[in-house]
Design a protein around this ligand. Structure first.
Ligand SMILES: Nc1ncnc2c1ncn2[C@@H]1O[C@H](COP(=O)(O)OP(=O)(O)OP(=O)(O)O)[C@@H](O)[C@H]1O
Length: 413
């Protein structure tokens, strides 16, 4: 479990993280969302002890990172995949990390296989593509077979197969009972990966709830309906009288909010109006996120001419997913009297069983990670260079954090 308790980080007058309190529970994937500059990376760095909080605390398993007895075997993190030593091979990078963390060198080959880099293990990591670098960073995070995994934008640079692979990996970790905390700007990907969301804006907590509850609460699902033009004029006031709001769309369709599909169906039936189309539309995570974070966006681009600002709909714009003019069938059976209630669950949301060996680099199918505690305690290495995985240390709240190869300095966002 990861906990932030009134976590605060100020850089001069700037509050990068402002009194954040949340818990990341084991056994589910928790997505960490927020606009650029909202404080996600800073929060992750505070959790990893790479920065000291101005106030409050960040805890892993109930203690600050620096008090963990075996940090490498407790938490694995991917913050900046490019921060491994570029002049060293993938294997050499991982070997030095394993050595510093007291992990057996055979674990290096295990994780190289797991992320599909065994073919290029001897090559300089500086020559790796962005996606290969991400895989190497994930391998580094997995070295200690940690129970807690924290990944900042893990799909960054991955091709579609790589995206699918990391999604299955992440969901698999959660299914094993691990604590998984993942940031991403890709809402479509997050909708497929996360069970729970922590959303921040300008350093402050905006939401801490299940993904489904968030979509339900912060978006307006609607029902797309269509009837003959002469009926449309009668139906709009009838819907309004029943508490609905019908917005005409190009092509003659109506976008109805405030009523469920079955209520619309019953009302139309009572009015003797034949519905040619009746389709509940589930709002997406992206719509809900845009609606919620509008006030918390720090860096906003100029509007694109002719396009709505994020989170808005242009008047008269077709509803997302609605057929264009002429696309509706001219003749269709009347809508059933008992239309489905509510909105269907988001497609694809849910557990992703199993692990796929990812094509491209020939990752091992299957997972084969050892259970926590399978490795001996790391030896004490006083004076070891501090480019390795942080070793267990006594609390040093006033000291600057040691360098961290795959969690290196974050460029300001
Ligand atoms: N070392 C620092 N010194 C001063 N300001 C900083 C520092 N690190 C972060 N900040 C500021 O804190 C705020 C939060 O930055 P952070 O990188 O945590 O946001 P983020 O949510 O990860 O952004 P992005 O999604 O763009 O990666 C930003 O305004 C950033 O400029």
């Amino acid at each position: 479990m990861i906990e932030a308790r009134s976590l605060t980080k100020r850089y001069g007058a700037k509050s990068a993280v402002d009194n954040l309190t949340f818990a990341v529970k084991p056994g589910i994937v928790t997505g960490f969302l927020g606009p650029n500059g909202s404080g996600k990376s800073t929060t992750m760095r505070l959790i990893l002890g790479l920065d000291a909080p101005t106030a409050g605390a960040a805890l892993i398993g109930g203690v600050p990172f620096r008090q963990l007895t075996h940090p490498a075997r407790t938490v694995g993190a991917l913050l900046d995949a490019k921060s491994l030593h570029p002049g060293r091979s993938a294997r050499a990078n991982l070997l030095s990390l394993a050595r510093l963390s007291g992990l057996p060198s055979r674990r290096v080959d295990e994780v190289l296989g797991l992320v599909g880099l065994q073919e290029v293990a001897g090559k300089r990591s500086g020559g790796f593509s962005l996606g290969m670098g991400q895989r190497l960073g994930i391998a580094a995070a997995l070295l200690g077979d940690p129970q807690v995994l924290m990944l900042d934008e893990p799909v960054n640079g991955l091709d579609p197969e790589g995206v699918l692979w990391i999604r299955q990996l992440i969901r698999g970790w959660a299914a094993e009972g691990r604590t998984v905390f993942v940031s991403s700007h890709l809402m479509s990907e997050m909708a497929l990966t996360a069970d729970h969301l922590v959303i921040i804006g300008q350093g402050r907590l905006l939401a801490d709830m299940s993904l489904q509850a968030f979509v339900n609460q912060y978006s307006t699902g609607h029902v797309a309906i269509r009837c003959a033009p002469e009926d449309t004029a009668r139906l709009i006031p009838a819907l309004a009288a029943a508490g609905g709001n019908a917005q005409p769309q190009p092509g003659g369709a109506l976008r109805v909010t405030g009523m469920e599909a079955h209520q619309i169906s019953e009302l139309a039936h009572a009015q003797g109006i034949r519905l040619l189309e009746l389709a509940p539309q589930q709002a997406s995570l992206e719509e809900a996120y845009m609606a919620m974070t509008q006030q918390a966006v720090e860096y906003r681009a100029a509007p694109v001419p002719g396009q709505p600002m994020p989170g808005q709909q242009m008047p008269g714009q077709p509803m997302p997913g609605a057929p264009g003019p002429g696309q509706y069938p001219q003749q269709q059976a009347p809508a059933p009297a008992a239309a489905p209630q509510g909105y269907p669950a988001q497609p694809g949301y849910g557990g992703q069983p199993g692990y796929g060996g990812q094509p491209g680099y020939g990752a091992q199918p299957g997972y084969g990670m050892q259970q926590p505690g399978a490795y001996p305690p790391p030896p004490q290495q006083p004076g070891a260079p501090n480019y390795g995985y942080p070793q267990a240390q006594p609390p040093q709240p006033q000291q600057s954090a040691p360098a961290y190869p795959y969690a290196g300095p974050k460029s300001e966002g």
